[in-house]
Design a protein around this ligand. Structure first.
Ligand SMILES: [Zn+2]
Length: 404
């Protein structure tokens, strides 16, 4: 039987100078004490003292000696990436996915469970705790201190209180995630909207690195955006900033789950794309998928469309291109409003690659104003399915490295 779960403390990060130095080592390491003093404008004795404390805590390591032009080679400092671990939990429409990450965002262990259909708040919280418990047991066995738990939760989240205000896919509201998980696991817990957590992951470990203005757009059961503006995540006073799925792209369009008509989500979410394809097949559209589904149109999935498109099926290619066009209209609105440097796309539909991206990019460029359209690059996330759990883990890392 392993010992009790070890936990790290944020207390030693209370000093601004300490977190500044730690962040410089994270960004610029391996780096010498002299260079840190130059970059921070702190006195060399202050740097030496603080670095000493960081080394003692186990988070910073002295590495091999660096290059020197004559004289003694300086000792270089790096982050000890495996000194602590964090747990990131991503709650999507139907599943809870969890991962243990090192300080550099590398995934060490994963676990996931389906959420029972129409769950009560207790059943839902039980599922989340089971995923975390399983990962915490692994951390315990490895005897590495756990720094904290981050949760990226779909729907409306109050990150200040750590509450899931409304989770539309679960039909649950006011779930006190932070209070319940801190009570159970006795580590700091941070809760954030799932797509905002993904945007944070892109900012630290993905294609948003070193960009102050970018947008991460996730297309799944819903469509949401995590907006980075001037280097910070945008929340809005009601925490609803980024709800691009509920911007209208056609006033005469189908009804959306929010009660409005013609929202982007009602055209281009995963389920909306599947419904469009099913409807057309039901009405006799010619496709390779007819033989495969044998009249059971409701079994058609987004990945069936990708496979059929790759096999040369015109029908599937058209459905995907239409989806790209709808998404392009929504993204053009974001480009005109926010002038981002980059849009980073995430979600199952992008496995279809150019079948969806060609029309998406073309539409963004046709429908955005010339200047911002020329400045924006559109890419697919290379964090893939792990963006949610890595993002949730990054919530904890951000608290440690950038506490202000
Ligand atoms: Zn809507």
């Amino acid at each position: 039987m392993e010992g009790p779960l070890q936990t790290g403390s944020f207390r030693w990060m209370k000093s601004i100078n300490k977190s500044t130095i730690l962040n410089i080592i994270r960004f610029h390491g391996p780096i010498s004490r002299v260079e840190i003093a130059k970059m921070t404008k702190l006195t060399p004795p202050t740097v030496t003292n603080i670095v000493g404390e960081l080394i003692e805590s186990g988070i910073v390591l002295e590495q091999k000696r660096g290059e020197s032009t004559g004289g003694r080679k300086p000792i270089l400092l790096t982050i000890n990436q495996s000194a602590f671990q964090v747990i990131g939990v991503y709650v999507s429409a139907h599943r809870v996915r969890g991962a243990v990450c090192n300080l550099n965002g590398r995934v060490v262990e994963e676990s996931e469970r389906p959420i029972p259909p129409n769950p009560t708040a207790e059943q839902f919280l039980q599922t989340v705790q089971e995923v975390i418990q399983r990962l915490a047991t692994g951390i315990q066995q490895r005897q590495i201190p756990l720094l904290g738990i981050g949760v990226g939760m779909h729907g409306l989240v109050d990150p200040d209180q750590g509450i899931s205000l409304f989770a539309p896919n679960l039909a649950l509201s006011d779930i006190p995630l932070r209070a319940v998980l801190e009570e159970r696991f006795d580590v700091p817990v941070t809760v954030e909207n799932d797509v905002r957590a993904m945007a944070l992951a892109e900012s630290w470990f993905g294609q948003g690195r070193s960009l102050a203005d970018f947008i991460c757009v996730h297309v799944g059961s819903g469509i949401g955006a995590g907006i980075f503006s001037a280097g910070s995540l945008v929340h809005g006073p009601s925490f609803t900033a980024g709800e691009v799925g509920h911007t209208m792209i056609d006033a005469a369009g189908p009804r959306c789950s929010c009660g409005n008509t013609g929202c982007l989500e009602a055209f281009a979410s995963g389920p909306a794309m599947e419904r469009r394809a099913q409807e057309k097949l039901r009405h006799g559209s010619h496709s390779l998928l007819r033989e495969q589904l044998q009249g059971e149109w409701e079994k058609l999935s987004g990945s069936d469309l990708t496979v059929a498109a790759q096999a040369g099926d015109d029908f599937a290619q058209k459905i995907l291109a239409d989806t790209g066009r709808y998404l392009g209209i929504g993204l053009a609105n974001l480009v005109n409003l926010l002038n981002p440097r980059r849009i980073i796309l995430n979600g199952g539909v992008f496995a279809a690659g150019d079948y969806v991206l060609d029309s998406l990019k073309k539409t963004v460029h046709e429908r955005s104003l010339t200047l911002p359209a020329a400045d924006v690059t559109i890419v697919v996330s290379d964090l893939g399915k792990r963006a949610g759990t890595i993002g949730a883990s990054t919530l904890v890392l951000k608290k440690m490295f950038q506490p202000q």
